[in-house]
Design a protein around this ligand. Structure first.
Ligand code: DHK
Length: 158
């Protein structure tokens, strides 16, 4: 049975959030906005539901916890949407976990990392991702879900 089609199994989307994103709504509102992580989860659930996809949503401040959950995506997800936050710029382990999961990846950043400090310009994820959504605020998570479902549907037709 093919996923992502009416009356058949839904695409399974995993949304992964890295360190300090639990502080959304409190931290540096000029960069990250006023909405909380709970608001982001609700936005993601609504968008996924509208597209007939299922959603798992997680956040951790711990690299190993993120690695464990990403590895699990090999079995329980069709697409990984990830905002690795600070680990974007440091973590070979998260990159390797994404490669091991072997699922399409979309990278999200709330702020425009390319307009910020030089150490934020490099991402360990971007060259293994289908694409990036950067600098469009938390709305970027919704755009990533839309783009991800479109990508999965297109892949299925190939
Ligand atoms: C979030 C963070 O916490 C930073 O460490 C990244 C990213 C940028 C974001 O824009 O969502 O550099």
């Amino acid at each position: 049975m093919k996923r992502g089609e009416m009356s058949q199994q839904a695409w399974r989307i995993l949304v992964v959030n890295g360190p300090n994103l639990n502080m959304l709504g409190l931290r540096e509102a000029h960069l990250y906005g006023a909405l909380t992580l709970e608001d982001v989860e609700q936005l993601c659930r609504q968008r996924a539901e509208g597209l007939g996809a299922s959603l798992a949503f997680m956040q951790s401040n711990h690299e190993g916890v993120l690695v464990d959950r990403i590895q699990q995506a090999r079995e329980d997800a069709d697409l990984v949407i990830i905002n690795p936050a600070a680990y974007t710029h440091t973590s070979v382990a998260i990159r390797d976990a994404l490669l091991a999961a072997d699922k399409p990846v979309i990278e999200v950043h709330i702020s425009n990392i390319h307009k910020r400090e030089p150490f934020r310009h490099h991402s360990y994820v971007s060259d293994i991702a289908v694409g990036q959504v950067v600098g469009l605020g938390v709305a970027g998570y919704g755009y990533a879900i839309e783009a991800g479902v479109a990508y999965l549907n297109a892949q299925q037709q190939d």
